[in-house]
Design a protein around this ligand. Sequence first.
Ligand code: FES
Length: 158
Amino acid sequence: MTAQHQARPEHPSDTAGEAGPDRRTLLRGAAVVGAVGVAGVAVTACTTENQPATPHEKKLLDGPVTVGRSDDVAVGKGKVYTDTSIVVTQPAKDDYKAFDARCPHQGCLVTKVDQGVIQCQCHGSQFSMNDGSVVRRPAKRGLTPLPVTVANGEIVVG
Ligand code: FES
């Protein structure tokens, strides 16, 4: 057999001592790639970017939505309408605000309005009831404001 026709190793571990990665190194690399891949999927599953329209978004695309009665929302308070995923506040008398109730952190619905802030209990984010801006992280973006009017005692959003 000439030097040009040397037998190729049957198994990567047969090359022990040669330059290049051994079997153990390759397996460690595969484990790291696998872990990063799983983490990437987990992060993707938790983000709200590029998600399809929710039922309330579809309704809003069709036109304004009546979410409830104005007297459901006291001055300085707010109400989360889970059926439409909209939160409405009244920071000052007859000054109603509406926001998309999906938390921009990871998409939970905000749960309540208390002590002047809109609260998400999934991870503790809080938002201003005046403009939806972040009061407390982990959310980095505020709630999305929605147009709101009150007509004949009913709150209309969109
Ligand atoms: S989803 Fe609201 S704080 Fe995390």
